[in-house]
Design a protein around this ligand. Sequence first.
Ligand SMILES: C[S@@+](CC[C@H](N)C(=O)[O-])C[C@H]1O[C@@H](n2cnc3c(N)ncnc32)[C@H](O)[C@@H]1O
Length: 372
Amino acid sequence: MATSGRLDIFATVQPGLEPLLLDEVRELGWTAAKAQPGGISFEGGWPDVWRANLLLRGAGRVLVRIGAFRAEHLAQLDKRSRQLPWAEFIPDGRRVRVEATCRKSRIYHSGAAAERIEKSLRLATAAVRGDVDDLRVFVRIDQNICTVSIDTSGELLHKRGYKHDVGKAPLRETQAALFLRACGYNGAEPVLDPMCGSGTIVLEAAEIAKGLAPGRGRSFAFENLRGFDPSLWGQMKQEIASAEIVSDQRFRGYDRDEGVVAASTSNAERAGLSSITSFNKQNISNLECPEGPAGLVLVNPPYGARIGEGHALSSLYQTLGRRLKEEFSGWRAGIITSEERLAKATGLPFSEIGPPVPHGPLRIRLYRTATL
Ligand SMILES: C[S@@+](CC[C@H](N)C(=O)[O-])C[C@H]1O[C@@H](n2cnc3c(N)ncnc32)[C@H](O)[C@@H]1O
């Protein structure tokens, strides 16, 4: 397919975060983009697909939809899926995995649906099945409408490529980026996380300040697709890298756990962010406001307590709220937690409470204040 051909692009996001990703997609120039449940759709050519993978901070994956049709039984699925333009996208010999989901549809067996689609794909392209895949095809049958998409990302996009060491309950980088956006952060102010774990929030904020592309250190599935042009891709990466910004802001992370502080420091080194970030061991009860301009405190304290830990957590949140109210006049604060009771325990004057966002078995929300 020519690089100028129009493609139906879909950037996925966790439910609840669609408006924030829509904002980001539009800001990057895809102004006609539209929000749908679970993602943002827009049109473009292959360079748009590469650029979306490279630059979108909030998207989980970037998919290209190659067809949608009605299918009420497997024979229909067979027939229609054989008409899809597989060979325009998938080169021969690639190892492709097909994953199907069925919802409220007459075809209810996702395994059987995936098998049929896989067969059509193999008839058209000589793709092979393998334990490790080069490419993935997602099939969604919803109310008898079958949508077929090719994944252009590969590993989920929150895997930026520099984070080898993660703490116990890390936020996804994509979530951190969108919560920063929800707090109105645009790279021009300092950010501090007093319970930083593996440093996700601090590193994401520092990358935004430096204008670094989140995907600069990783590979993508689109490199295995037919529309890929390595020299154009190299040029695109170079142009974006040359637009790096010199930031004079500071990005600070603290945690009481020495191990995660060391992990955050190594993550920052690998990401090329050591010069503007610092990570130190410190208990929340010793938190002080740093010198310099006011900015944003964004924190994701522990939650999801086992029975018996509730009281200790309330008192941790109380201490956090007290330190912020006493020390951080002129700053804004955002607290990411799964429990309203704990957010309230901070005693902070929240001006806005975000929608629930899935996080493992829990649902977390962003509670944010105006200037304190
Ligand atoms: C949910 S984790 C934060 C995860 C982090 N956002 C990330 O993405 O890796 C909560 C962190 O709070 C830290 N913590 C718990 N109690 C603390 C205290 N009293 N003072 C400082 N840090 C504390 C834990 O060590 C843990 O790393």
